[in-house]
Design a protein around this ligand. Structure first.
Ligand SMILES: Cc1cc2nc3c(=O)[nH]c(=O)nc-3n(C[C@H](O)[C@H](O)[C@H](O)COP(=O)(O)OP(=O)(O)OC[C@H]3O[C@@H](n4cnc5c(N)ncnc54)[C@H](O)[C@@H]3O)c2cc1C
Length: 328
């Protein structure tokens, strides 16, 4: 890869210079507060910026990874030698029609998106209130609850391909499933999405959101850095025991720790950073949870959380745990 001085200088010729930062600690970009340094962070202001950076990286063989709020990513202690493209405030336009057609930039903060849709009197996304990430990350992860995902009401998504081309994909092309979408495998940056929501009573929507927020505050650890639910629900285990939190609790793992990464005593599907946790601590703990649950149930849990390898490959964290800690 070219040296980072040349890279930064080239990127600054293509974008406003304040959009390009060097040697950025990834721990600052993740809700887990874990990770080494990235060579370059680009915070684009327009879809054309995204297209220009993607095309540049493609043509020069520069590793590039896209993030939103970093609320579902484990960054590596070794950092990342390439460009982190953070979709945020610059791409946060929002419009809603009288008939509930919404078009929004991928950088809109999810709770703000949900609140604005509900305030206009439309239902269909209140389940996502309180999810601390961007709309783009939510769409890619098909985030929501175990029964509902943001993809349910999606009409179309706008994506910038590796070569800088801008394309639109329909809901069917996104192939949404529980915490999964074709967008996770395809090359491309989600830059905008549109949805169709249904008219509903504003007071009822408000009550629904308050109820959801109260439930989240009661169940989830809020004071220590975390990345939300680490493991995905497994349908067979759900029938046998229940959701992953209950499965992990029954394996006797609440409070278990590796270094400063600890299984939350409040909710066993959360791993909290008690101060200075590393990605190695977290991956080892993930490997230990999988081994203990396997010996208890005969099933292997898989991760919702994704791990960014120093090479730029983004994969579900259990794959890295398997790779680096096979004998946990
Ligand atoms: C306290 C807490 C509670 C949570 N509760 C929930 C919950 O109830 N339900 C739920 O579903 N999730 C939950 N999460 C997980 C997380 O918030 C969601 O998955 C969120 O939608 C991720 O959005 P993000 O912008 O932070 O994405 P990131 O974490 O930045 O990225 C996640 C993945 O999406 C990719 N990505 C991000 N943005 C884009 C883009 N614009 N284009 C292409 N790829 C992109 C990244 O490369 C990465 O693979 C919770 C997390 C926390 C910390």
């Amino acid at each position: 890869m070219m040296n980072s001085y040349a890279l930064v200088s080239d990127l600054k010729k293509r974008l406003p210079s304040y959009c390009v930062q060097e040697d950025v600690p990834l721990s600052r970009l993740s809700t887990w507060k874990i990770g080494g340094t990235a060579d370059v962070l680009v915070s684009p202001e327009t879809i054309d910026d995204v297209s220009s950076v993607k095309r540049y990286a493609f043509e020069h063989g520069v590793p590039i990874v896209v993030i939103g709020g970093g609320s579902n990513i484990l960054f590596d202690d070794a950092g990342f030698r390439g460009v982190v493209l953070r979709i945020g405030q610059g791409l946060s336009d929002f419009t809603i029609s009288e008939r509930g057609f919404v078009h929004a930039g991928a950088g809109v903060w999810t709770p703000s998106f949900v609140y604005r849709v509900a305030r206009a009197g439309f239902s269909g996304c209140t389940h996502a209130i309180g999810i601390p990430g961007t709309l783009g990350g939510l769409v890619v992860m098909n985030g929501g609850t175990s029964r509902k995902g943001i993809g349910d009401h999606l009409v179309e998504v706008t994506v910038v391909r590796d070569n800088g081309e801008i394309v639109r994909l329909t809901q069917a092309e996104c192939a949404f499933e529980y915490r999964s979408s074709a967008l996770q495998k395809a090359d491309g940056v989600v830059v905008a999405a549109s949805f169709q929501y249904e008219k509903a009573d504003k007071a009822e929507l408000r009550q629904e959101m308050l109820k959801t927020l109260r439930g989240r505050n009661r169940k989830f650890p809020r004071k220590q850095p975390n990345c939300g639910s680490v493991f995905l629900s497994n349908p067979k285990l759900y029938q046998m025991i229940g959701p992953p939190g209950k499965v992990i609790e029954e394996a006797g793992l609440k409070g278990e720790h590796c270094g400063a990464a600890q299984i939350s005593r409040m909710h066993a599907n959360f791993i909290i950073n008690t101060g200075g946790a590393t990605s190695a601590d977290t991956l080892r703990l993930i490997a230990q949870v999988r081994a203990a649950v396997f010996s208890n149930t005969g099933h292997l849990l898989e991760c919702e959380v994704r791990h960014l390898l120093p090479s730029g490959r983004m994969q579900p964290a259990h794959k890295s745990a398997e790779q680096f800690f096979p004998y946990a």
